[in-house]
Design a protein around this ligand. Structure first.
Ligand code: NAD
Length: 429
């Protein structure tokens, strides 16, 4: 049998252009020493189970034919059907979709919902296309990946530049192709065709729940705690509102238009109204303006990056004076920044745990679709909070046991669950 090296790469990847997949491989290497006898199976995590690359030919509104490259990567399905969003972006690459699919495997296992990890994407700039063109592109893409998706196989969801309307087209196309209305084939649908109550706020609510748990562990009361949030959209906006409603002082918000600050706490409902009217937080009357560098250096109890990846780096991490960072965004902190924050005593609640509220309520949506029985918003929020709290408790116990960061502890917990499933199922044939 040929010897396997730590980084034995599939032949379709260029070792010099690993991109985000290279980062993911490093994370797996870092966690392997903690996996005990399960490390025998770790190579499984370093190769996606299945990759489908499809051509998406579409007639544009002007009559010309364009071809787009589409992907669906199923990283791991040992614990259940594949689960993960579909991204429309001109910079989508196979390496990126592979890494995002793997992080979905980690996220679903971290909160212990019975899904595997998958992700999809189309290399396309959606701003260059009309709604009719986007509909045709979506329908052809779903027909092409129809070979591998399905309510018991792999369940797409929204991601960057896709939304509830995109999910409605996906659900309709799949249903037309199989001849049966199949709401459970995608999540993040409009409520009228089987979407779940509470899904829109789920990620921000999950961020708030794990932040509250981390504050309790650190002996910080929510009432009066200072909170700074980057991103005032779905995730950051919901988290800011919940903190405000629970008596915290949301002292700063930083969005694509700038950063605003008030030492006694911003009036979040008024700021939301201002952002809705003007397109962003900049120019809000009852606040001071701060620069990005000043924002990252604010003295707060909680800092929530909820906008983009790559925001906290080796450059600004030394200036961070928050006690706890709760990652609403995917990948906002670089590995170098992680090390700096850890040595400065800043706790980081990592993305794969902190923003898992979205996939958790996606799981509830799928369960409701399977049962054709729908829950109240109160039931959904209650179950979401229970799952997030349990996940936080088991991961913080793992962090204490091994004396590692919450990120490493989340990977230990998640990878152990995935590899236990492999071990107990055994290797076919
Ligand atoms: P959104 O589009 O609703 O909001 C994005 C926010 O980021 C906006 O307020 C925007 O102004 C701000 N922003 C954009 N560019 C910025 C810049 N250069 N500087 C400062 N702020 C900037 O997006 P969202 O759904 O809230 O997602 C935010 C992050 O959370 C993303 O990383 C996303 O992948 C992640 N996430 C979202 C969900 C979900 O359910 N929506 C689930 C998991 C992870």
């Amino acid at each position: 049998m040929p010897e396997q090296t730590a980084h034995s790469l599939p032949s379709y990847l260029n070792p010099d252009e690993l991109g985000p997949w290279g980062d993911y491989l490093e994370q797996v290497d870092r966690v392997t020493p903690y996996l005990g006898k399960l490390s025998k199976w770790v190579e499984t995590l370093k190769r996606p189970k299945r990759i489908l690359v499809v051509d998406v030919p579409v007639e544009l509104d002007d009559g010309t034919i364009a071809h787009f490259e589409g992907y669906r990567v199923q990283h791991n399905m040992a614990r259940g059907p594949g689960k993960g969003g579909v991204r429309y972006h001109q910079d989508v690459t196979l390496s990126e979709v592979m890494a995002l699919s793997a992080w979905m495997s980690v996220k679903t296992a971290a909160v212990n919902v019975p899904f595997g990890g998958a992700k999809g994407g189309i290399r396309i700039d959606p701003r260059q296309h009309s709604q009719r063109e986007l509909e045709r592109i979506t329908r052809r893409y779903i027909s092409e990946i129809g070979l591998v998706i399905g309510p018991m196989d792999d369940i797409p969801a929204p991601d960057v530049n896709t939304n509830a309307q995109t999910m409605a087209w996906m659900m309709d196309t799949y249903s037309m192709n199989v001849g049966v209305t199949s709401p459970g084939v995608v999540t993040g649908k409009p409520i009228s065709i089987g979407g779940s109550l509470g899904r829109v706020q789920a990620t921000g609510r999950g961020v708030f729940v794990v932040a509250s748990e981390a504050m309790r562990d650190a002996g910080i009361a929510i009432n009066g705690a200072r909170v700074a949030v980057q991103g005032f959209g779905n995730v950051g906006g919901t988290a800011a509102r919940l903190f405000h409603e629970h008596g915290a002082k949301v002292v700063a918000i930083y969005d694509h238009t700038g950063a605003v600050y008030h030492e006694n706490g911003l009036d979040i409902p008024a700021l939301s109204e201002h952002a809705r009217e003007t397109g962003g937080v900049a120019g809000f009357a009852d606040a001071d303006t701060v620069t990005p560098d000043e924002f990252w250096a604010l003295e707060t109890e909680i800092l929530i990056p909820a906008a983009l990846e790559g925001q906290i780096t080796a450059k600004n991490a030394p200036s961070v004076r928050a006690r706890i960072i709760v990652e609403g965004a995917n990948g906002p902190t670089s590995p170098q920044a992680d090390d700096i924050l850890a040595s400065n005593g800043v706790t980081v609640v990592p993305d794969v745990l902190a923003n898992a509220g979205g996939v958790t309520v996606s799981y509830f949506e799928w369960v409701q679709n399977s049962a054709s029985f729908y829950w109240t918003e109160g039931e959904i929020n209650e179950r979401l909070e229970a799952i997030m709290r349990d996940a936080y408790a088991s991961i913080s116990a793992t962090a204490a046991e091994h004396k590692v960061t919450m990120r490493t502890a989340t990977f230990i917990t998640a990878c152990s669950r995935i590899l236990e499933a492999h071990e107990i199922r055994g290797l076919y044939p």
